[in-house]
Design a protein around this ligand. Sequence first.
Ligand code: SIN
Length: 531
Amino acid sequence: MIEYDYVVVGTGVSGLSFALEASKHGSVAVITKRASENSNTSWAQGGICCVADDNDSFESHIKDTIDAGAGLCDYDVVKTIVESAPDAIDKMVNIGVQFDKNSNGNYELGKEGGHSQRRVLHSKDTTGKEISEKLILSAQSSKNIKIFEHHFAIDVVTTEKLGISGTNQVAGIYALNESTGEILTFRSDNVILCTGGCGRVYLYTTNPDIATGDGLAMAYRAGAEISNMEFIQFHPTCLYHHELKNFLISEAVRGEGAKLIGKDGKEFMHKYDPRGSLAPRDIVARAIDHEIKKTGEPCVYVDIRHKTKEYIEDRFPNIYKTCLSVNIDPAKDPIPVVPAAHYQCGGVKTDVNGKTSINGLYAIGEVACTGLHGANRLASNSLLEGAVMAFRAIQDINSVSKNTREKRNDFVIPDWTSGEAEDVDELVVIYHNWDEIRRLMWDYVSIVRTNKRLKRAATRLLNLKKEVQEFYWNFKICSELLELRNLVETATLVVNCAQKRKESRGLHYTLDFPETDRCENPNNTVIKLQK
Ligand code: SIN
């Protein structure tokens, strides 16, 4: 049993921002299933929101966030996060993060869908990579932080699971050392889930391979409340190309005036929304889905040909280079795009400090549902949420442990036992189930839903879950099996939440209830494991 003051799962902006702050107060273990740089954060292109221009205001950023969130944002949470942005940016700059500046020395601000002002700080079109690299360097140089790469967090251990009476409280986690196959026990009163989202439950996604809903599934199994998982954001513009399946064409490209056009070269977005190509994502993704179904074409196009080659190469070097690598020249050719799963707006339910419904268990970033995003996230609010909530969580933990946390006797978490489990004999079974989940989620639970499609998905997932559970008990744990187990759990939570919402709102659109319920206080969907 390895003991730490704080155990963090995940190395994106949330995990490492938390770790750096927590390391000022105690020892921190950071667990990640791949190398540290393999996070959703590293893939973020657009940037991070912050009011940084005299024409802009906190009120305007709050309003845009709430308008995008379609009635489900929590005003206090939005206000807190928006107003904390300048501090969060300063902390990033202090560890060396470089955001682009203009010739006057001011931040060069980008624009994205749903924003009424320019307020997206960026580092060319690889903002996440810049932030991630600087956070990793800082964490690596801290004596109080130990990063466990290639360790897969399996489950959260709680006092309830250990049969200890009193308020349910986190006791630690089990994690698989992927190099040795050994299962380690991490003991801590503070477990912080920063595992990102679940884009990989869908066949088409802009997310990296790691986005398999691990933290969400762990929290659910531990008994934490889960909220609003029906709100999966589909990014309207994922590159459509057979060689590059999940490459994003950043919304910042449309922010610089690019238009969405059909094969006929005509713009179509004004038919759907007066804001045209820069309408909020739910509207644009649905419009593209409709155009694709209507015309029978496989994709639509982002057209940035009004800008020079030099401009595109300088402002969007990664997009430019990647498109050229598959013979698309953005200066000459419209870029073929389709919508793809991009962001999980719901997650583990937390308060404004990242605290979940289990004592000592925190969730930060995409894995969490704080109330910032409501039914649809405003672009570039996510890196901001991760950074701000990391600082709030450590402050909350310190105040709670000093004042109110129950004093517990020392106890031991029993070692993991594999019993009679055998090595997985045929990985093909796991891969087959994985493909089946991703395809059925795409076919039945994506941009446009119906009762019938959701029911079909729920039935299939129930069978798959039983099968995966059997693998889990009979075979020795490996990362493929753990991901499959989390994937099926997460997909089921998306479907169950979607089935509970009897209206269309934000990212959840169903043909059976196409209208939005106009009640004053619309409900969040909340689900908890029934024991
Ligand atoms: C983008 O660059 O379009 C993605 C930004 C975001 O999802 O916030």
